[in-house]
Write a protein that binds this ligand. Structure first.
Ligand SMILES: Cc1ncc(COP(=O)(O)O)c(C=O)c1O
Length: 397
């Protein structure tokens, strides 16, 4: 397969031996081994971060003193600027809490705003760390399955969810845009979720970490713009981590406009003694800039090319279907049409194609016959993955 190599995203960077999760834990966690194995599981990309981010770190390293961070003002201002210029969302910087990553933000929300035993609604299949955090905090996962629409993408079925409610639910965690499968929820769908939360008196936690990686013509709508009337029950989760491939900086931002919810969350933050990350905040400040925005534009264009190559290649395998991504680099692929068991599919992907993908069942109901593939890598490797997968299922051609 011929692939044009023209951008920094095409550079193959060997991450093995850097103690990274994606490549160095692939064998231990996914059972996929071999020099030429391809890591397409954990959701970080194999691209370098923008030059501005690397420069900020270089300058900090040169300064050489890495003490406690004090003034978070410039960091909050950078967030305010990014959300307003890119997402038309005007937030008050004083409403932002900075947590140790966003999953940490989810756990703190559970602890601060719900009680043990409460039901927490998830629209499944969804990012697996949500259910892990819910169970680890002794709350109950209440799964509301998504359906698949005529366009092959995820869709909501609010009527079915109504009848599945038990009265024990206290919170709904929304993933917007959705991981896996990349649905960019429309304003109307977001309003339906907000109305659902109001009807059932649920706190609405809207995880919008994937909001910058959206493919035209789709457009992300922040929940505070879609449904301002739920401001009194809304918690917003955002981060620069996915957008700029800096997840190792481990910073998440939890924005809460409602004073009562904010006070409860603040108390929990204090009880957990969470404080800010000096180097990480410098990286985010450099990323949330006009130069950073330009870089994201190029990244989205590159990912768009990756998803087209991957989808075309996989859809050519009889019985295999990749959900058309509207956002994210996390392809969601259905193998049910092959008629094979999950074990056989996993063996062909893991052992024949030597690709580590994320198993669908971890994402909850609806993920049984699926695998998630991370497309955040140089295009030659996507082309290689497609060829290997076509070969692994060659008897179906
Ligand atoms: C929806 C969603 N939220 C949160 C995260 C991870 O957040 P963090 O690494 O900041 O804990 C991910 C990672 O894939 C994600 O997809």
């Amino acid at each position: 397969m011929n692939v044009d190599l023209t951008t920094d995203f095409d550079r193959i960077i060997d991450r093995r031996g850097t103690q990274c999760q994606k490549w160095d834990m692939m064998e231990a966690r996914c059972g996929v081994a071999g020099e030429d194995a391809l890591a397409m599981w954990v959701a970080d990309m194999d691209f370098r971060s923008p030059p501005e981010v690397r420069e900020a770190l270089r300058q900090a390293a040169e300064h050489g003193v890495f003490g406690y961070l004090g003034d978070e003002g410039p960091y909050r201002e950078a967030i305010r600027w990014w959300m307003e210029t890119r997402h038309a969302w005007r937030l008050d910087p004083d409403h932002v809490f900075t947590t140790h990553g966003l999953v940490n933000g989810v756990s703190l929300c559970l602890q601060a705003l719900t009680e043990p035993g409460d039901g927490i609604v998830l629209m499944t299949p969804v990012y697996h760390a949500f259910s892990r955090a819910i169970r680890a905090n002794a709350r109950e996962v209440v799964e509301m399955p998504l359906t698949i629409g005529a366009d092959g993408c995820h869709a909501m079925d609010i009527d079915a969810w109504e009848s599945a409610m038990t009265g024990r639910e206290r919170m709904l965690i929304l993933c917007s845009p959705h991981n896996p499968g990349g649905r960019v929820w429309t304003r109307d769908e977001l309003r339906q979720v907000a109305d659902f939360c109001r009807r059932h008196d649920l706190i609405l936690v809207s995880d919008e970490v994937h909001h910058d990686l959206v493919f035209a013509p789709h457009a992300h709508v922040p929940m505070p713009l879609a449904a301002p009337e739920v401001a009194d029950r809304l918690v917003m989760l955002t981060a620069a981590s996915k957008t700029f491939n800096i997840a190792g900086e481990h910073i998440g931002n939890v924005t809460i406009a409602d004073p009562t919810l904010r006070a409860r969350f603040a108390a929990r933050m204090q009880a957990s003694s969470i404080s800010a990350n000096f180097l990480g905040q410098g990286m985010v400040r450099a990323a949330y800039s006009p130069e950073g925005a330009e870089w994201v534009g190029e990244l989205v264009g590159y990912l768009d090319g990756n998803r087209r190559l991957f989808d075309d290649g996989l859809d050519a395998i009889p019985g295999v279907r990749s959900m058309p991504l509207q956002s994210t680099y996390l392809a969601w692929v259905d193998f049910s049409g092959t008629g094979m068991t999950a074990d056989e599919v996993n063996a062909r992907v893991g052992r024949v194609a030597r690709i580590a993908a994320s198993p669908g069942p971890a994402f909850g109901k609806g993920g049984e016959s699926w695998l998630r593939f991370n497309l955040g890598m140089p295009r030659v490797q996507i082309a290689e993955a497609v060829e290997r997968l076509q070969h692994a299922f060659t008897d179906l051609q």
